[in-house]
Design a protein around this ligand. Structure first.
Ligand SMILES: [Mg+2]
Ligand SMILES: [Zn+2]
Length: 185
């Protein structure tokens, strides 16, 4: 069986506008060019898998049911634009959280790579042919340690050059479409 290639995608600040501890579907707003980028990657055979830290669950700001509801809406929004994502992995943990069952020092919270490894096992993904795309250093570390090529999303015209200094990424682009134009071929 041949292995698949995937785009591991951070959610907040990469696919949707970053809202701290986003806890309602009404706060979801797709970032410019996100849909175009995903569409192009899909056309070139990439699986699209979201990997997202959601410590708001451990902190007691919202629960897993709420997160599932938010993710259903996100999938609907994308489907209305004609793109489907293949799966969403999330980490609900935080080692200093308020909710006991999530208060652990887990292996899934980025910069750790367990969500990527779990997806790779489930979907038979070749990590060397795959990309981690995100807007923070933790995304880049998680992707790098898993053997993926790492793409940082940062519009330096808006955020300034300092926003990317010190972050070890393979590439830096302003949005998902720019990323897809580089690699979906
Ligand atoms: Mg992010
Ligand atoms: Zn976790």
């Amino acid at each position: 069986m041949t292995k698949r290639k995937a785009i591991f995608l951070d959610r907040d600040g990469t696919l949707v506008v970053h809202v701290p501890y986003l806890n309602s579907p009404d706060q979801l707003k797709l970032l410019p060019n996100a849909v175009r980028g995903i569409r192009l990657f899909k056309e070139h055979g990439y699986l699209i898998i979201i990997v997202t830290n959601q410590s708001g669950i451990a902190r007691g700001f919202f629960n897993e049911e709420c997160l599932t509801f938010i993710h259903e809406r996100l999938k609907d929004m994308l489907e209305k634009e004609g793109v489907t994502i293949d799966d969403i992995y999330y980490c609900p943990h935080y080692r200093k959280g308020a909710v006991e069952r999530y208060r652990i020092d887990c292996d899934c919270r980025k910069p750790k790579s367990k969500m990527i490894y779990d997806a790779a096992a489930e979907y038979h993904i070749d990590l060397k042919q795959s990309f981690m795309i995100g807007d923070s250093e933790t995304d880049m570390v998680a992707g790098k340690n898993a053997g993926c090529t790492c793409i940082l999303i940062k519009d330096t015209e808006i955020h300034g050059q300092n926003s990317v200094s010190g972050i070890d990424a393979d590439y830096c682009v302003k949005d998902l479409f720019e990323a897809a134009k580089l690699f979906a071929r």
